[in-house]
Design a protein around this ligand. Structure first.
Ligand SMILES: [Zn+2]
Length: 319
């Protein structure tokens, strides 16, 4: 962060000169370089992210300073406000008010770092951002191309529910699998489960992580460790979501078919959800994104009117 001794999501660049490390959220591409032996300074983050750092990553708690959202705070003489980023649980934007660079016409330099974000119009109405001059916007530009058109999360969840209903009616022995990362996509599978009155199976490790997120109790009540009791199973994206691996799931349980969902903004097709079918397995790409669409990025820039934009994302790493 210019004119400060702060680093955002920069554990790869630890140095003895930097004592203040800001972590926007607990996705591995943002914690790169952070290890259990971290002792280079203080990590500032949301309470949920702090919980994950201590209990999932086993970082020394004395190195972590959880901060509340929506309240202007002073850290090392710099005014900072954390704002919900509408990304994964615990993800925040950082609004820094730093000393001005030499020759500036203003008494302070205002820097907004988005970490990873799904822009929502309500953010523009946030008291800390409304009518606030932004000098520099470090922006999550994962989908900064006009071809990235996808619906809001509510519509994407409605699509998932519609497909689940159709598939369950056509083939009652179908198991549904939702792709996920270590954290993220919770609203996709919990939203679908809620709409259908179904349970969600997670393994012990995933359940342990989900318990750290401070999710509402009625959401946690949808989860079960009993695989046979749940129509929806959560699975890590990647090798576990291939036709071969999914066919093995049929053999291992009472199911006759498997329908898997890959929720990501990359999967959008104009014709609707993409679907690949092989034998008794179907894999749907669903446009459930935790990053802004191109239209949302445009709305963000139009609303905040930053004087300068710094893109933070290499478009090949959409976590
Ligand atoms: Zn992320």
């Amino acid at each position: 962060v210019p004119n400060t001794r702060f680093m955002v999501d920069g554990f790869r660049f630890q140095s003895s000169r930097c004592k203040h490390y800001w972590l926007s959220h607990y996705h591995s591409d943002h914690t790169t370089g952070l290890t259990t032996s971290f002792s280079s300074g203080t990590i500032y983050c949301s309470a949920v992210t702090a919980n994950l750092l201590v209990k999932d990553m086993h970082i020394n708690p004395s190195c972590i300073q959880p901060l509340p959202l929506n309240i202007p705070l002073l850290v090392d003489g710099i005014n900072v406000t954390l704002i919900d980023a509408n990304h994964c649980p615990g993800a925040v934007l950082f609004l820094f008010k730093t000393p001005p660079p030499p020759g500036s016409e203003f008494s302070e330099q205002v820097i907004l770092h988005t970490g990873d974000m799904r822009w929502h119009p309500r953010m523009g109405r946030h008291p800390a951002l409304k009518n606030q001059r932004i000098d520099m916007l470090f922006l999550d530009t994962t989908y900064a191309s006009p071809k990235h058109v996808f619906p809001c999360q509510e519509d994407a969840i409605a699509d998932i529910v519609r497909v689940m209903k159709q598939e369950a009616k056509a083939r009652p022995g179908t198991l549904f699998i939702m792709g996920s990362y270590r954290i993220g996509k919770e609203r996709a599978y919990l939203g679908a489960a809620k709409a259908l009155g179904w349970k969600v199976h997670v393994n012990a490790d995933k359940l342990r992580v989900l318990r750290l997120l401070g999710l509402p109790e009625n959401d946690m009540a949808l989860l079960t460790r009993d695989a046979a009791a749940a129509r929806i199973h959560v699975s890590f994206m990647g090798k576990l979501l291939t036709p071969d691996a999914l066919t093995d799931r049929i053999r291992a349980g009472p199911w006759t078919h498997v329908v898997a969902f890959r929720p990501t903004g990359w999967s959008f097709q104009k014709s609707g959800l993409s679907c690949r079918r092989e034998g008794d397995v179907a894999i749907y790409g669903v446009p459930y994104s935790e990053h802004s669409s191109f239209a949302e990025l445009r709305d963000c820039v139009k609303t905040l009117r930053p004087r300068r934009i710094v893109p933070t994302v290499n478009a090949s790493t959409p976590a």
